[in-house]
Design a protein around this ligand. Structure first.
Ligand code: NDP
Length: 283
């Protein structure tokens, strides 16, 4: 039987309606959640992501601001902007769009953002809290992936989840969050020997390698939930995932499309974090 397609876009719409209600409630108490995005340089993909984030904010009633800076900005100047935003009481969420130009240390910038306003969930304090299971602002893509799986209605507990990719922004946090939901998690990466022997055991398969079409139906256990995080632009200019969608939809029970799967959930989790940060900062 063909897989049910998990349209993140529709699920995100539902969640955003709920978030809009939470924003309205905060506003009644005099709190207007605010997100500031700092965008350095003119990378077209980054500009497109940032526009999506601003649209998301508008949809739920979050006040948003984008600070555009030329790629020639120095690290010191960028850090100064971050420090000012840390002090600004109207700003509850700060996001410096990555990647940054090579002369700026991403580590220095991430660490400069107040952990309470770190709505990307990349600050070491938030990462550490996530790992020990304390409340924290969670990395948006990873949180969006787990939310998507929950929306299938499946029980995560006891399932074998295989995660391909171990980056700090996707693979690692997805693995921790699934473990927190009591899945048994296997992490795979570029040095994994015989990758299909792992993927074929997965009840839940998360693919976040950034390699177009690397997973085919022979790699997937029949009935698995397959979440394709990858976004790859192929020669034709088309955006595709890491999974061969048409093939895998014949064997999976649930499958996310690219685009329109994980992407909208990522932005929605950013909105959720901004609201949470506003609530926490008002306490
Ligand atoms: P990175 O390049 O930082 O990490 C890729 C990971 O995949 C690495 O751990 C790497 O292993 C592993 N990997 C690469 N090739 C293989 C392979 N052939 N077999 C097994 N593992 C492999 O990427 P990100 O984590 O930042 O992003 C992953 C993908 O997700 C990208 O396509 C990105 O565009 C997309 N993405 C989508 C988002 C969304 O909202 N939809 C948000 C963020 C990312 P090793 O560690 O050994 O190098």
């Amino acid at each position: 039987m063909a897989a049910t397609i998990l349209y993140g876009k529709e699920i995100a719409k539902d969640i955003r309606e709920q978030l809009a209600g939470e924003v309205a409630e905060l506003k009644q108490n005099g709190i207007v959640p605010g997100l500031t995005v700092v965008l350095v340089g003119d990378d077209p993909a980054s500009h497109s992501y940032v526009r999506g984030k601003a649209r998301g904010c508008e949809e739920v009633g979050i006040r948003s601001e984008i600070i555009y800076k030329d790629a020639s900005i120095t690290e010191k100047e960028l850090l100064e902007i971050v420090y000012q935003l840390n002090e600004n009481p109207n700003v509850h969420g700060i996001l410096v769009q990555l990647p940054l130009p090579a002369h700026i240390s991403e580590k220095a910038v991430i660490e400069a953002i107040s952990s309470e306003k770190d709505v990307d969930g990349f600050h070491p304090v938030n990462v550490g809290n996530m790992m020990i299971g304390y409340d924290s602002l969670l990395p948006c893509t990873a949180n969006g992936v787990v939310e998507l799986i929950k929306r299938t209605g499946m029980t995560i507990e006891g399932k074998h989840a295989v995660v391909i990719g171990r980056s700090n922004i996707v693979g690692k946090p997805v693995s921790y969050l699934l473990q927190r939901e009591n899945a048994t998690v296997t992490m795979c990466h570029s040095r994994t020997v015989d990758l299909p022997s792992y993927t074929r055991q997965a009840d839940i398969l998360i693919v976040a390698a950034g390699k177009a079409h690397m997973i085919g139906k022979e790699d997937v256990k029949p009935g698995a939930v397959v979440i394709d995080v990858g976004v790859n632009r192929i020669e034709s200019g088309k955006l595709v995932g890491d999974v061969r969608f048409d093939e895998v939809k014949e064997v999976a029970s649930y499958l996310t499309p690219v685009p329109g799967g994980v992407g909208p959930m990522t932005i929605t989790m950013l909105l959720k974090n901004t609201i949470e940060a506003a609530r926490n900062l008002a306490r």
